[in-house]
Design a protein around this ligand. Structure first.
Ligand code: AFP
Length: 314
């Protein structure tokens, strides 16, 4: 996009970008509402006591764990924004129906504060959102209408895709999101890797994969937070993250609906690849909204190398 005369690209706010990229009006409104909710989530992270749910703070108010608080903030926003049909939070076991009218509305699955335990040690955490048109969320990730995440790190950034490019926004001192970069594209080969899970539970194929990455000079970078670790791969344009199938845990750890589908949508629209080791994440037919799956996500060549080694060695 060329900047309007006299206006640099970095003065384009989120709402204007969504409009200029032709995003459907209700979807644009929904994304802006989620962005608005993130301001209250940031505030609870920056100022909230780090207690756990069930305790009370010095004012005698019920202390909510940050992920519970983030869930309430986001859910309340979605219930009242007027364009949502169903809400599904990783913190709540069942779908919250909002409207029986699916026409012109969207269904939203989200992890309100992924990596919340990292806040206690001042590491970056994030909100991950998956959006489907209409009422049905029991669909492959390829049917998503949009995906986005908000990363609460040294800076607060928002990355979204509605099927036409992956775009990054930064939050300014007025807590407004302004365009930092658009149409993000990844390179074909990784120079960093983020290995999740217990190494001693890696299968022969995954162990051989790590050896091959290391021998190729690929450096280990792992924060323990899915959002910052994926953001690093996307923003550097190079890297591969994996949380693999493990001995005794064939489905790994991460949740398809709340974590893998939205991140796979973003990375694949940026020219990368996301696989469960055999099948593209976005093509997995959900068995339940609680499905977990192994994940290899990032530069295409490195994901394909993982698939080849797993096919050969397990
Ligand atoms: P929590 O949301 O329970 O803190 O877990 C975070 C997470 O799901 C994801 O953000 C990380 O990639 C992954 O766990 C790290 O898991 P390990 O601690 O087992 O490596």
């Amino acid at each position: 996009m060329t900047a309007e005369r006299g206006k640099t690209k970095f003065q384009i706010d989120l709402r204007r970008h969504l409009r200029e990229r032709g995003v459907e009006r209700n979807l644009a409104h929904l994304i802006c509402e989620i962005a608005e909710a993130s301001k209250y989530i940031i505030n609870s992270i920056r100022t909230g006591d780090l207690g756990v749910a069930g305790t009370s703070n010095l004012y005698g108010e019920e202390q909510l764990a940050l992920d519970v608080l983030a869930d309430r903030i986001l859910t309340k926003r979605l219930l009242h924004c007027g364009v949502v049909a169903n809400v599904l939070s990783e913190e709540v076991p069942e779908v919250t129906p909002v409207s029986l009218d699916c026409e012109g509305r969207y269904s939203v699955a989200f992890d309100p504060l992924d990596g919340s335990s990292l806040v206690d040690v001042n590491l970056a955490v994030g909100t991950i959102v998956s959006i489907y048109e209409g009422c049905d969320m029991m669909l492959p990730g390829s049917k998503q209408a949009a995906a986005l995440y908000i990363l609460y790190g040294p800076r607060t950034t928002l990355v979204y895709c509605c099927g036409d490019g992956v775009h990054e926004f930064g939050m300014n001192q007025l807590m407004e999101y302004y365009l930092l970069q658009e149409d993000i594209q990844m390179q074909q080969k990784a120079n960093i890797y983020s290995p999740g899970g217990l190494r001693n539970l890696y299968t022969e194929g995954v162990e051989a994969y790590v050896q091959a990455l290391e021998e190729g000079g690929v450096k280990l970078r792992y924060s323990g937070g899915f959002v910052p670790d994926i953001n690093q791969v996307l923003m550097k344009g190079t890297g591969v993250f994996f949380y693999p199938h493990l001995k005794g845990k064939p489905d790994g750890k991460l949740r398809v609906a709340f974590e893998l589908n939205p991140m796979a949508y973003l990375v694949e629209h940026a020219g990368g690849k996301a696989s469960d080791g055999k099948t593209p994440i976005l093509e997995r037919a959900p068995e339940s909204l609680n499905d977990r799956a192994p994940i290899f996500i990032g530069c295409t060549e490195d994901v394909e190398m993982a698939e080849e080694m797993i096919a050969r060695l397990g």
